[in-house]
Write a protein that binds this ligand. Structure first.
Ligand code: UTP
Length: 400
């Protein structure tokens, strides 16, 4: 205990033990275990770097996107017939903007649809089954926070009549969340508030959970990795696989065109000559409005979190350390008196890695154009843009 106290003192986190003497033995053991699992040096470094992230400057260049063809579709379909394809759904996020009480995938979309986001994604896999008679293996990434609730939801819904043995859940890692002074937030007297480590966590988690090994032994070659919150995620269109095979890409992405120059989205481009995604905060007005000789925007291809990876990339990616970025979130916290407070404004830093940071480890990635109205209907916010209402409207237009 003295050693633990010493470590906490060093890193200015002594408050973690403020209520220790009031805990029962089980809670004491649990808190000690949590403290032991934290890399305090990493947390300290991340907090100190908070304000520097924004200052990083890179040289940006544009990237070209390509039209789809029937040949890509056919090649992709053949790969599915060879059972080389799997889906990984990232569903470990906190969904704070949506404000749904439970894992985001369990949110039931109304507006005449009345299905959860998980079921809508499962429908896509059933579409593939209808075409090929093949059940695609489905790997669902959860977080420690939402794993049990996610599994219970699948059980309660009979796995949406998809074969249970084709569905595997795995958990991503997490880091403590910090208040604006860098102190670890407590969510109860014996628990730290943890946050999943971002979409970039998918690679190491696939390896740690032995899923990567299983994929290799099952001869899976192409892995689509997407989020749970785009209800038109184009997993059921094999053209992305064919596009990769035909052009010898190891990473390909379905992209759509910016609605207008100032849309706040990440766009594909080269950063210091490496493929990547340029976040909108790094795009100057000039870059946003830059046009080619045909009057098309140069930085126009949006990253829609619809990425396909060759298995060899996943093996490599699992060994890489990705940068963490701070995100300010609204989260409940325990105050000095031990009361749980629901804040009105963002009060906590969550540290996340991004899946697209892995793109810089290959020389080239392939961008395949899709139609926005067919493949992009995100459910992010409670209301307004990218809300259940806007997503449902798009869905109802496309899915008959
Ligand atoms: P978002 O970045 O939109 O985050 O995730 P979010 O956590 O769902 O929602 P907010 O920002 O708190 O409102 C995009 C996709 O990546 C997954 C999410 O579940 C979603 O499918 N994700 C994100 C993870 O699986 N793990 C993470 O750590 C972060």
């Amino acid at each position: 205990m003295e050693k633990t106290k010493g470590v906490l003192k060093n890193y200015n986190q002594e408050h973690l033990l403020d209520f220790y003497n009031k805990l029962n033995n089980e809670e004491k053991a649990s808190l000690k275990k949590q403290i032991k699992s934290i890399d305090f040096q990493l947390i300290d470094n991340l907090f100190k770097k908070n304000n520097n992230i924004i200052k990083q400057q890179k040289e940006f260049k544009s990237m070209t996107s390509h039209e789809t063809t029937d040949e890509y579709f056919d090649l992709g379909l053949q790969s599915i017939f060879r059972k080389e394809f799997a889906l990984v759904t990232m569903a470990g996020g906190q969904g704070t903007r949506l404000g749904h009480n439970g894992p985001k995938g369990t949110y039931i979309l109304g507006y005449g649809i009345n299905k959860s986001l998980f079921e809508l994604q499962c429908d896509k896999l059933k579409n593939i089954y209808k075409k090929t008679n093949i059940y695609i293996p489905w790997f669902i990434m959860t977080s420690i926070e939402n794993n049990d609730l996610t599994i219970k939801f699948f059980e309660k819904n009979d796995y949406f009549n998809y074969p249970k043995e084709k569905i595997t859940f795995f958990m991503q890692d997490q880091l403590p969340m910090l208040d604006i002074n860098g102190k670890i937030i407590m969510s109860s007297k014996s628990n730290m508030k943890m946050g999943a480590n971002g979409s970039g966590g998918v690679f190491s988690s696939l390896a740690k959970s032995n899923i990567l090994k299983k994929m290799l032994s099952d001869n899976i070659k192409w892995i689509f990795i997407g989020g749970i919150d785009n209800i038109l995620l184009p997993v059921d269109n094999p053209d992305l696989i064919g596009f990769a095979i035909k052009n010898n890409y190891k990473i390909v992405s379905k992209t759509i065109t910016k609605k207008d120059p100032n849309e706040k989205v990440g766009v594909f481009g080269y950063l210091d000559d490496k493929p990547g995604v340029i976040e909108y905060i790094f795009m100057s007005d000039e870059m946003n409005n830059l046009k080619d000789e045909k009057n098309n925007l140069i930085y126009k291809d949006i990253h829609t979190l619809s990425n396909l990876f060759h298995i060899s990339i996943l093996e490599e990616a699992a060994k890489k350390e990705l940068n963490y970025y701070p995100a300010l979130k609204k989260t409940e916290y325990l105050n000095k008196n031990g009361d749980l407070i629901i804040p009105e404004i963002e009060n906590a830093y969550k540290y996340e890695t991004f899946i697209f940071d892995i793109f810089s480890y290959v020389d080239k990635i392939g961008l395949l154009k899709g139609k926005r109205e067919e493949i992009f209907a995100p459910v992010k916010n409670k209301e307004g843009v990218d809300s259940p209402e806007t997503a449902a409207n798009l869905y109802n237009k496309i899915i008959k």
